[in-house]
Design a protein around this ligand. Structure first.
Ligand code: G3P
Ligand code: CA
Length: 348
């Protein structure tokens, strides 16, 4: 018991110290959390549990299912266009091997950075396949014989969401991720300015913008915040291999340039929720990834049970899910007073 109290006291002291060293942006970040008005649902690669990931169809379905934010991962084409794709390679989710059989690099991979947008538009998007054996990652998802899915540009994705916002009167957000910015830099393709310019052109400006810009690469986010001077909400992703970013000093550093963290959910589980508390003490939002009804961790009997643990046990502010409808349904059940239309800021 004495040991427990000592541990609790140390934890509280750590959190207090972390709070006192939070930098000047803290007030802004608290206001940002207030503006979210509760838990959010982020559609991971669109409604990717139901339609091929990163297609306009998957984004539209996510919108219809009630997501608060819709996520495009971003890579760049050879001619410098941001497209919605999870990998820097094309063969995992398209038929590039069949359309351009001679365009792989020596390592046997087809790089999006080697193709123009016009070429990439000739490809069909398919359900994700494992690179090693060509088997589908989620065999029970959308059938393979479907046709007509293509790789969208980031601008096409934005226009879809903004078009739906215009006709519904709602204000659903976007949650773009820069994929491997260092790789793109080495290819002579700088993503940061193009991303910020595109966002500004479509009206995403300032702290109130319905956007979170996310990256696993701290240098990428720091460049956008400090060198390019954006004040858009930023989220530092933290993979299972970046555990050092969850240390107190690293979190304090993150709080100087980001508004939230997006950790792998296992990092939260492994910390028994302490990571959420430590981030909140620095006014950082916490949006873990990825919640999948068809890939449940063994300790949970259902997605609903896992959502309950993360939203209300660990207290996260939002989460990425392949099945946004299930998270929306769950939040409706748990927060009946918080109407979906209010959450998505619908004006009619
Ligand atoms: O961006 C949050 C989550 O999507 C990170 O994982 O690999 O699916 O982009 P990934
Ligand atoms: Ca992502």
């Amino acid at each position: 018991m004495v040991h427990l109290r000592l541990t609790q006291a140390l934890t509280l002291a750590t959190l207090a110290a972390a709070t006192s060293t939070a930098l000047a942006g803290g007030a802004d970040r608290l206001e940002l959390a207030d503006r979210l008005e509760g838990k959010i649902v982020i559609a991971h690669r669109g409604a990717s549990g139901y339609l091929p990931e990163h297609t306009l169809e998957a984004y539209a379905l996510a919108y219809g299912m009630g997501a608060d934010y819709i996520e495009p991962d971003l890579v760049m084409t050879h001619d410098g266009v941001l497209i919605a794709l999870h990998d820097i390679h094309l063969e995992g989710t398209t038929d590039v091997e069949a359309v351009f059989p001679d365009r792989a690099r020596e390592d046997g991979r087809w790089y999006a950075a080697d193709f123009t947008l016009a070429e990439i538009k000739q490809l069909s998007v398919e359900e994700r396949e494992d690179g090693a054996n060509g088997a589908r990652v989620f065999p029970q998802r959308f059938p393979d014989d479907a046709e007509g899915f293509t790789v969208p540009t980031f601008e096409e994705m934005i226009r879809l969401v903004q078009g739906l916002n215009a006709v519904t009167g709602c204000d659903v957000g976007i949650y773009p991720e820069t994929k491997l910015p260092a790789f793109h830099d080495a290819e002579g393709l700088a993503m940061e300015q193009t991303l910020l310019t595109t966002l500004a052109e479509y009206g995403y400006r300032g702290r109130d913008a319905r956007v979170f810009v996310q990256s696993f690469d701290p240098a990428n986010l720091q460049e956008m915040r400090f060198e390019l001077g954006t004040d858009l909400p930023l989220v530092q992703l933290i993979s299972g291999g970046q555990q050092e970013l969850t240390e107190p000093a690293a979190l304090r550093r993150i709080a100087t340039y980001a508004d939230g963290i997006g950790p792998s959910k296992t990092l939260i589980e492994d910390s028994a929720g302490a990571l959420v508390a430590a981030a909140h003490a620095l006014d950082l939002l916490v949006h873990p990834y990825t919640f999948r009804a068809d890939a449940l961790p063994g300790q949970y009997q259902s997605l609903r049970q896992e959502l309950a643990q993360f939203y209300f046990g660990y207290g996260v502010d939002g989460l990425f899910t392949d099945q946004p409808n299930l998270a929306v349904d769950y939040l409706k059940l748990r927060q009946p007073a918080r109407r979906l239309a209010e959450r998505r800021r619908c004006s009619r």
